[in-house]
Every structure is written in C-alpha cells, then in structure tokens.
Design a protein around this ligand. Structure first.
Ligand SMILES: NC(=O)c1ccc[n+]([C@@H]2O[C@H](COP(=O)([O-])OP(=O)(O)OC[C@H]3O[C@@H](n4cnc5c(N)ncnc54)[C@H](OP(=O)(O)O)[C@@H]3O)[C@@H](O)[C@H]2O)c1
Length: 333
C-alpha cells in the first residue's frame, strides 16, 4: 500500500478505532473516520489534532443502524477498518443483557450488531472497498468445550450455547463475525478479523480512560483498588493498543492476510499481572493476595498473528510504557 491509500475507519472515536486512525495517519495514509455525530467537536477535536490530520483526515457522521449510512465515508476508500461495535451490555430500556430472555436477547443485543455490520459492509461493497479489517474480541473464541491451546481456526464460540446461557453480549461477536464472513465471501471482499482483549497504552480521547485496562491502571496509580478486592484466580490477556493498531494495518497492507488473528500478546494469571503492577504503583491500591494457586492462563497458538510480522510488546513492557505515559498527565483537569 502506498501513502495514497485511503482507509475508512468506522468507529474513529473509539478506543481501537482512534488508535488505528492515529497509526494510519502516522504512516501517511488518508483516513475517512466515522462516528455517529461528526459535529460533536468535543470528541472530534482530539482526532483533528493528531499529526497528519489537518491534510489527510475527513470525518463523517454514520450510524450502523441505518442502511447506506456509511456510503459517503466509504466512497473513494481502498480499505476499511471496522471498530464501531462495542459490546452491548443493556437493552434499549436499560434491562441488563444478562436478564433478557432468548427472544429479546437476540433481537436487542445480537441482531443490531449482525444487521449493523452488514450495513457497514454493504456500503463498503457499493464503494468498491475490497479489503476489510473487522474488530471482534476474544469473547468469540470460547467453544463449549475449552481448548488446551487456542487457535483461531478452532477457537469458535457457539452462539446458540452462549445465548442459552444468557451470554448475549458475548454471542454478538461470533454472530457478527459469521455474518461478515458470509458477506465477504459472497462479494469477493478480503476479510481479516482481529481478536483483542484488554488493551493498554496511550489512548487518544479522554473518554478512553474509562476502558477497563486504563481505568485499572490509573486507579492503582492513585492508590485505589480499581478492579479487584482480591487477586482473582483466573488470567487476563493483554496487548499494547499501538500493537493492535499495527496488526490492523498489517492485515490491510498484506494482500494475503485473511481470516481471524489473535490481537493479544499473551495471557498471564492475574497474580503475575499484579506482581508486575506492584513495581509501578503504590501498595495501597493493590488487592488482597490470592487465596490458593492461580488457574493456568489461556494458552494461544500465535502462528497466524506472528505471520503478520508485527513485533508485539510483552506485558511488563506494555504496563511500564502505559505507566510512563499516565505519569505525563496526558488529560489534565
Ligand atoms: N475496549 C476494550 O477493552 C475491548 C476489548 C476487546 C475487544 N474490543 C473490541 O473492540 C471493538 C471496538 O471497541 P472499542 O472499545 O474501541 O469501542 P468504543 O471505544 O466504545 O468505541 C466505539 C466506536 O464506535 C462508534 N459507534 C458506537 N455505536 C455505533 C453505531 N451504532 N453506529 C456507528 N458507530 C458507532 C463510536 O462512535 P460514537 O459513539 O462517537 O458514535 C466509537 O467511535 C469492539 O468490537 C470491541 O468488542 C474492545
């Protein structure tokens, strides 16, 4: 891809979308960014302040719930990064997703995402955009019988089983991926799907400080128990936000890239994550020690991820870089 490449970033004000947009601009690409209300200057100003934005970033209003809403944003683009489907935790009337029955859970949590991704892809098809990078999540990688080692080809959640369990917010992701894959196969579009979990690193908008990784770290730096009263027995997968953005661009820039890719560095037991955090934050905020042994962390086969040629930062380096960045007080006030 040349620096004349034009990329549509759907969800440009999002944690992931803004990181992809920032890196695309840094690499000299032109970007069409979307959010639902591009007249909201409080949210667009940080994007327009990014290096390269003045000459190469155009913002568009587009709601995934409306067919054709992304037509203008996709027009003239070579590729699209789609990161505009954050998990839905509540129905429109505020009922928690977990409390919904099967019919409402599907109609109000799962279906809007399925229909939404088809709307965005429909606009991409009409504009002749042939390359798509779609942001999903590792919540689509949990088959009913857990795998000893997760590989993208076999680590597929079962949407029906998740919905039968009331896990509509998780089921959204595999349903979205399946709908997107069918659409892209039928329309001869190249689809790569990125699968992140917790992301740390410098964020673009102040609102991203509420994402669970940044909220955890900034709370701990202030000496607050930000997420856990006690160290959990389980594990967490972590990646640096800029590495996730690099994986997105790698799939766009590599014409051979298609299919699913883990976008995590690795998974560690929370006990080890808190040991690393303890090197950087006051002890006051740290949770009580784990009672017993940690559970084995999720194990991944990273062959496909590594085929993209992106060097991922390890978890201690990611945490150290994020702490250093937070100490600069990037969003004073
Ligand atoms: N954040 C995490 O820790 C995390 C972890 C794992 C996976 N992921 C995945 O990453 C992807 C992106 O999540 P995120 O955390 O970056 O989300 P986010 O920060 O909440 O941002 C979502 C973006 O999508 C836009 N958007 C929301 N609803 C929309 C709609 N109906 N139509 C059009 N645009 C809409 C938002 O724009 P406006 O609100 O300005 O319209 C915003 O730009 C999701 O697939 C998510 O599952 C995130």
């Amino acid at each position: 891809m040349t620096s004349n490449t034009r990329i549509c970033v759907a969800g440009a004000t999002g944690l992931v979308g803004s990181a992809v947009l920032r890196l695309a601009l840094a690499r000299g690409h032109h970007v069409h960014g979307t959010l639902r209300d591009a007249t909201d200057t409080a949210r667009t100003a940080p994007l327009m302040a990014l290096p390269g934005a003045a000459g190469r970033l155009t913002l568009f209003s587009a709601d995934a719930g409306e067919e054709g809403a992304f037509d203008a944003a996709m027009h003239g683009c070579d590729a699209a990064a789609i990161a505009c489907f954050p998990p839905l935790y509540k129905a429109a009337d505020g009922t928690p997703a977990r409390a919904l029955d099967r019919r409402r859970g599907y109609e109000e949590i799962v279906r809007p995402v399925r229909d939404g991704v088809l709307n965005v892809l429909g606009s991409a098809r009409r504009a002749g955009v042939g390359s798509i990078a779609l942001c999903s999540s590792t919540s689509s990688t949990n088959p009913p019988v857990p795998l000893a080692v997760k590989h993208e080809a076999t680590a597929l959640s079962d949407a029906e089983a998740q919905m039968a369990d009331g896990k509509f917010t998780a089921a959204e992701k595999i349903v979205m991926e399946t709908a997107a894959l069918d659409f892209c196969v039928h329309n001869d579009m190249r689809l790569a799907v990125l699968l992140p979990t917790m992301m740390l690193g410098p964020v673009v908008l102040p609102e991203h400080m509420r994402s669970h990784g940044l909220a955890l770290l900034s709370g701990l730096l202030e000496g607050r128990r930000a997420m856990h009263e006690q160290v959990p027995a389980g594990s967490m997968s972590v990646s640096h936000l800029e590495d996730v953005a690099a994986l997105f661009l790698a799939t766009i820039e590599n014409p051979q890239a298609r299919g699913r890719y883990f976008a995590v560095f690795d998974s560690l037991p929370w006990a080890e994550i808190y040991d690393i955090l303890a090197r950087h934050v006051p002890a006051a905020g740290l949770p009580a020690p784990l009672d017993g042994a940690p559970e084995p962390p999720t194990r991944f086969d990273f062959t496909r991820r590594d085929s993209l040629g992106v060097t991922m930062r390890d978890i201690p380096a990611t945490i150290a870089a994020t702490v250093d960045w937070l100490k600069t007080r990037p969003f004073p006030g």
